[in-house]
Design a protein around this ligand. Structure first.
Ligand SMILES: Nc1ncnc2c1ncn2[C@@H]1O[C@H](COP(=O)(O)OP(=O)(O)OP(=O)(O)O)[C@@H](O)[C@H]1O
Length: 283
């Protein structure tokens, strides 16, 4: 498949999903202050199907985090429609449809791994036996069964990030919102975490909206990569990352279909390179 073939429509809708995990239509976010107003998002349309993995990529300041925060009910849109599983974002948050993980793991240093993971369950008054059972499941899921009693400062950055993901999954959310969760990790740890996330999202069936600056990361993880323009943030392209015959494992990182998809996203972000450069890129 060529880069051009890999790239698909400029709309971000997904036809097959009955009730999307996320439905965004004509969304605007304008920040106003004494200094003036900043249009962070303008006319954003996006549907994410249940169980679908969608990455948002675009230049710094294009509104990726703003869009994620709006979906997560951490901010309010200026205008437009936003629904999560057919509900208002506020209701979805109250119904614990979300799990959220950010670049900083944000663990409480005085609580053990187990106590960090169980925090959302404790806040929502889940009984002790159920909390403990869920924590046991989750520490196994993230491969930290031997570290349940450890404190965050006894863990590596990658391990801390896995704990943050487990905490985000504690309430079995149908939607995981992730803002550069691996941005602070070294390249090897980052690739390992990407493999873990592929496995975890397959096992949980949760839809994921994932913000990243890394084109290979977006391509490796995603069913679709949503490419945004410089401010005011709009969706300029959606790259469908269908990679026939390839599992999402380390072999994929060496596969021609992977390189083609990376090239398609890069072209969507920066425009197509001149033919000579493209020849070099595809070798
Ligand atoms: N609370 C706020 N008040 C005023 N302006 C804001 C606020 N939050 C974000 N902005 C502005 O909105 C624009 C989009 O910011 P946002 O953080 O969403 O971008 P981003 O694409 O996530 O950037 P980066 O890749 O650098 O993290 C920026 O110009 C930013 O300055």
């Amino acid at each position: 498949m060529t880069a051009a073939e890999t790239r698909t429509s400029t709309t971000a809708t997904h036809a097959s999903a009955p009730t999307p995990a996320v439905h965004v239509a004509g969304l605007d976010r304008v920040f106003t202050s004494k200094q003036g107003s900043v249009t962070a998002l303008s006319g954003v349309d996006l549907d994410v199907a249940p169980g679908e993995f969608v990455s948002l990529i675009g230049p710094s300041g294009c509104g990726k985090s703003t869009l994620l925060r709006l979906i997560g009910d951490l901010d309010q849109a200026t205008s437009g429609t936003l629904e999560v599983f057919g509900k208002r974002a506020r209701q979805a948050r109250l119904d614990q449809d979300y799990g959220i993980a950010f670049q900083q793991a944000g663990l409480l240093p005085w609580r053990t791994v187990a106590k960090n993971i169980e925090l959302p369950l404790a806040l929502h008054k889940v009984g002790k036996a159920d909390r403990e059972a869920r924590v046991r499941e989750l520490v196994e899921l993230i491969g930290l069964g031997d570290f349940a009693g450890s404190y965050p400062d006894q863990l590596s950055g990658g391990m801390q990030q896995r704990v943050a993901i487990a905490r985000a999954l504690a309430e079995r959310p149908r939607l995981l919102l992730m803002d550069e969760p691996f941005g602070a990790l070294d390249e090897m740890t980052r690739e390992r975490m990407q493999n873990e996330l592929v496995r975890i999202s397959a096992e949980t069936g949760a839809a994921v909206v994932f913000v990243t600056h890394s084109i290979p990361e977006a391509v490796f993880l995603s069913d679709r990569v949503v490419v945004m323009s410089p401010r005011p943030g709009r969706i300029v392209d959606v790259v469908d990352v269908r990679l026939p015959g390839t599992g999402r494992d380390d072999a994929l990182r060496e596969d021609q279909a992977f390189f083609d998809a990376v090239a398609a996203v890069r072209e969507a972000l920066h425009g197509a390179p001149p033919p000579a450069a493209r020849g070099v890129e595809n070798r």
